[in-house]
Write a new protein. Sequence first.
Length: 296
Amino acid sequence: MSTANLLRLFLLAAIWGGSFLFMRIAAPVLGPAVLIEYRVVFASLFLLAVALLMKKPLDLRQNWKHYLVLGFFNSALPFLLYAYAARTLSASVMAVLNATAPIWGAVIGAVWHRQMVSARVMLGLVMGTGGVALLVGFDHASSREGAGLAIAAALFAAFNYGIASTYAKSAKAVEPFANAHGSMWAATLLVLPSLAFFPQPGQPTVGIMGAALALGVLCSGVAYLLYYRLIRDVGPTSALTVTFLSPLFGILLGTLFLNEVVGWYTILGSAIVIVGTALVTGFKPGFGWLRKSASA
């Protein structure tokens, strides 16, 4: 991995870790539905501008059903669930719960293909479950009213990412940028009905709207560009390492900007979840990218 791609990887991890910070700031004021409608609209408009600049077509007539499925499971529903959870849970806890997405993907894939999981994957599943239990069991946010439902919502959001990844593997091949662009417009339509169920509870300030804008343009639009660039340059396996890095940034940003408490259970629970995810995904750390970077 070149130095440039290594920097892109860390930047992407910081951006996706920061998404939980922005949701924690804006969700209590805007509500989950209004916040996520802003997020997907801002992301769609940003990606539309990039598409026009790069002359990348969507082929809506051929791919609209595909965009709807991807937009629902990979954006609309998980975004709404995390925004709902953000009214109660800390950014740190949500960032770690999000790291379970590859674990859910492995479980869903095994059920979908009717295959038994290996002993390594089973160990990873047990570790991931144990890490989550440790984290939410000791975190003070778990004692707040509605925390149980918020935790369930965050885990279900990660579960939907697992569905999306399983679907994407079996779906027809669509250009990665078109997937990002088309699914954002689909999510914009899919989130609209939820506005009737989650009215805006407060009056937004400039800072709140800035957080919503950052969620859309930075954490969705720019993040997708970085992610698909990494997949193109270094492959999906190396790009997957962002899963292990983003919780670290989520915890760091939550501590720095929201004064969230990081206890021993946060560090230990996060480490267990990350190791469990590595076992499930078959990730094997190595230093080959260092040698490639030196010659790049």
